[in-house]
Design a protein around this ligand. Sequence first.
Ligand code: TA6
Length: 316
Amino acid sequence: MTAPALQAAHGSAGAIAFHDSELGGPVAHLSSAHGTALVALQGAQVLSYVPRGGTEVLWLSPMARLGTAKAVRGGIPVCWPWFGPHPTDPRQPAHGLVRSSCWRVVETAVHGHAVRVRFVSTLETATAGFPAGLSAQLDVTLGEELALDLVTINDGDEAIELTQALHTYLKVGDIGSVTVAGLHGRPYVDQLEPPGQRRGARKLQTGLVVFEGEVDRIYATGDPIATVLDPLLGRRIVVDTDGSASTVVWNPWIEKAARLGDVGPDGYRAFVCIETANAGADVRTIQPGAAHRLTAMIHAATAAASGAGGLNPEAS
Ligand code: TA6
């Protein structure tokens, strides 16, 4: 649907507006007393989240363009119905097929100061080597925090094994001064292969996660609450989850950022990915007729507002 048609069908004065973005495709603009958010119809990808009284929480590539075959780097890409490489078919792209496919708006709602838009994927999963009858729905809710609910519905007659992620790019002042709390004592799979180490080594996190090079880790976490501590921007960003037992922490650093080609000069210093996932060993089996909900709740607070914990707590 075009932006004018979306506006006519789903616009809500002062809360939800649809327009054509200068990035080259239709977007939904959510606005409330709690702030603003921008979601592209392509990929149902959140591109921006600005809490009232705060600054942009999400990082977006300076090369971001909608309407191309390539997924937009930044914001919150939806990796579904697989995370990382396809489980059986190496010809398939990494992180599923719905990041660059068009989603449909099926419902909007305004409850007090909370604004919600519901998207459904139009992807035929049978085309991706998955059984027919699998569908994805994404609710984006702008309230006191930004909440994303990715619901997988299996209307087929086969059980499916699902991996997925809400691949959130958080904007930071400088990756070298950022730490991540909340993962102390958690085991993780190191996706890198430094000299003398095989890829996929199992390790244990001690203390805060720090960034002195590329980091690409799948933490086994239960329902984790990861907190990004950013002394330069003077804020902490909490990523709370539900329906997830794994969190991916990623920064490409210099060489991988250069290989990716759409991070921009020194762009790697301006973001950290805290990905709310079912990844690694956290594979979910969805029985016929069943559904699974993966939820990420993102809340940014200034250092002052976040109390005595400050930005470099001893505790981790
Ligand atoms: O989530 C981390 C990761 O799997 C990294 O290995 C890196 O590939 C990143 O995702 C970005 O993947 P993309 O397909 O968006 O370039």
